[in-house]
Write a protein that binds this ligand. Structure first.
Ligand code: PMP
Length: 347
């Protein structure tokens, strides 16, 4: 049975949320002399002299509308990379606790674990890039606080079997983090709708991929209200700037444009698969539910360098476990993809 109090870091249990200057006063006033801001204004056409809403409510209400979850179940971070760090700081006692990662997977889980002095237990994916359930079960002990599951997975591109993920959600007494950064490109349904079923579930998503806002730095975590309240205690009070909140809100109004790009990206992905698979330089293309392909080649280093010389950058993953000979290639515009295929065929 999942019990949030059992999983939380001891010192976090005792914390009260940081109270920012404006928390004590919730209404509107004509003179604000409470937060040591510059009352004259900002040296910009728009005034950014006042601190932003620390809880980003407007943005959360809009996201709630789009995602079909209450705003109280949403955490917004400075990219989902901040959500990853907040997860470690909420649940893992440095030097004592451990987390389970399933490589090859997204690198920030390991970076954040190391920064927070949390032991990593690696349970590699199987040869077909699925979860090794017996391996995960064997790796869990009383100090295992988090299991990170990336689906669709980076860098392999595939979605992980839903039944396997549900098995872990039902049986693990710690927190299961499902990173859905690439969910918009996937045939698989998001786990967001399962939040009421699993109190130990945290779903992460981001505006950096399908939404085209990587430079803004907006990532989300969806979880029970109790877990979100913990994140709100652990995060820095003003973790998302005013300009970011405003621009993200505006962007979320353009969902049709984004849906159009998602459709086009998926079409281009399928086209890229069919074109690359004709090339003798390409040995295998792994099935993708994301906006990139993992491509096994005859010579990853050689092709990587050959592409660099022509001003085309892909990600060389040939040193990554289970990815020998592989390049990770983002699906670009039709022109970019055609240029890439022509360049590889000339190698
Ligand atoms: N999760 C995965 C699986 C990713 O690939 C990435 C970015 N490469 C992130 C999270 C980080 O996203 P953000 O830009 O929101 O920090």
């Amino acid at each position: 049975m999942f019990d949030l109090n059992q999983v939380l870091r001891d010192n976090i249990k005792r914390l009260t949320p940081y109270s920012s200057a404006r928390d004590e006063f919730k209404g509107e006033a004509s003179i604000y002399l409470d937060a040591n801001e510059n009352s004259f204004g900002s040296p910009l056409p728009v005034n950014y002299n006042r601190y932003p809403d620390p809880m980003q409510w407007k943005l959360k209400y809009k996201l709630a509308d789009i995602k079909g979850v209450p705003p109280q179940n949403i955490f917004i971070g400075n990219g989902s990379d901040e959500a990853i760090d907040v997860l470690f700081r909420s649940f893992c006692t440095p030097g004592a606790d451990n987390v389970i990662l399933c490589p090859p997977t997204y690198g920030m889980y390991e970076v954040s674990a190391n920064i927070n002095d949390v032991t990593i237990r690696k349970v590699s994916l199987t040869d077909d890039f699925q979860l090794d359930l017996p391996g995960i079960e064997a790796a869990i002990d009383a100090n295992t606080k988090l299991i990170f599951i990336c689906s669709p997975n980076n860098p392999t591109g595939n979605a992980l079997n839903r039944d396997d993920i549900e098995m872990i959600l039902s049986n693990f007494d710690g927190v299961v983090v499902i990173d859905e950064a690439y969910i918009n490109f996937s045939r698989q349904r998001s786990f967001i709708q399962e939040l009421t079923e699993y109190p130990n579930l945290v779903v992460m998503q981001t505006l950096s991929k399908a939404w085209g806002l990587a430079a803004l730095r907006v990532g989300m975590a969806f979880a029970s209200e109790d877990i979100i309240n913990v994140f709100n205690k652990v995060k820095p009070p003003y973790n998302v700037g005013q300009a970011t909140q405003e621009l993200a809100l505006e962007a979320l109004g353009n969902i049709e444009q984004v849906n159009g790009w998602i459709k086009e990206t998926v079409q281009e992905r399928d086209l890229l698969v069919s074109r690359l698979s004709l090339l003798p330089q390409v040995l295998r293309i792994y099935p993708s539910d994301a906006n990139f392909l993992l491509v096994k080649t005859i010579d990853a280093n050689g092709i990587y360098n050959f592409l660099v010389e022509q001003g085309i950058i892909v990600r060389n993953r040939s040193k990554v476990e289970l990815c020998a000979g592989c390049l990770r290639i983002t699906v670009g515009t039709p022109h970019e993809n055609a240029t890439l295929v022509a360049a590889i065929s000339a190698f």
